[in-house]
Ligand binder design. Structure first.
Ligand code: ADP
Ligand code: MG
Length: 224
């Protein structure tokens, strides 16, 4: 337990450091981007396109880091989980349609009310469903199932038919900056894990290469 505590402390110091750095980087970055855009408009496209693409990448990492390291003020409220999931599905449907993906949600909880941090939980679902979309370049179905298990815990599963994850890679997911995507930051999963842990829940990954991935989020009964 002591070791775990030490690890948690280490993480928060690293988090504070990351937030500080991210914050410091943001202003000069905005200035550089402005001038790069100016050059771009003046017709130096072959160079400035590369500069702008890479600047956008840095910007994405910085904003993810800022989210990650934000002071964790808890804001637990009674929320309607069904409404929350529906709103995320609506939000991501336009992106999904472009990739020929259909998102369906099956809600099997008798009582949809849970004690949770609405914005944070929303962020988790957005991250997870985005990962599912990004894993399915050729389209297909994403199913979201919300149910109760035998221990009265709330179980939310995000099931995709995407590229899947090789077994030896599963343990790497959630490590900061681990990403297999060209424009990925590798911070999404880590943020999700942190949020779910703060809800005293857990996340499981099951996957089969070329078959798809099942992300299972379990929230404890006592947050209901
Ligand atoms: P990012 O999306 O920026 O790459 P994440 O932390 O969200 O970072 O995910 C880390 C990595 O985990 C991804 O790059 C991908 O390799 C893998 N991954 C996550 N979700 C899925 C999924 N549903 N299907 C396949 N791979 C996934
Ligand atoms: Mg992601």
């Amino acid at each position: 337990a002591e070791q775990m505590l030490q690890q948690a402390e280490k993480l928060s110091i690293v988090g504070q450091l990351a937030a500080g750095i991210a914050h410091e980087i943001r202003n000069p970055l905005t200035a550089i981007k402005g001038f790069a855009q100016l050059l771009n408009n003046m017709g130096q496209k072959e160079y400035t396109d590369v500069i702008l693409t890479e600047l956008n990448r840095i910007e994405k990492i910085v904003s993810d880091l800022l989210v990650l390291a934000k002071p964790q003020l808890s804001n637990f409220q009674t929320i309607d989980l069904q409404e929350l999931i529906d709103s995320v599905v609506t939000l991501l449907n336009t992106q999904a349609i472009i990739y020929n993906i259909e998102i369906t949600s099956l809600f099997q909880l008798a009582n949809p009310l849970v004690e949770a941090e609405e914005d944070k939980l929303k962020q988790v679902f957005i991250n997870m469903i985005k990962n599912a979309i990004e894993a399915m370049p050729d389209g297909g179905n994403i199913r979201i199932i919300t149910k109760e298990n035998s221990e009265n815990q709330v179980v939310i599963q995000i099931i995709d038919e995407g590229v899947g994850i090789p077994e030896e890679r599963i343990s790497k997911i959630g490590e900061p900056f681990f990403s297999t995507k060209e424009t990925g930051t590798g911070l999404g999963f880590m943020i999700c894990q942190r949020i779910i842990k703060n809800h005293r829940g857990s996340i499981q990954i099951e996957s089969e290469v070329n078959q798809g991935t099942v992300i299972t989020i379990i929230l404890p009964q006592n947050i209901k």
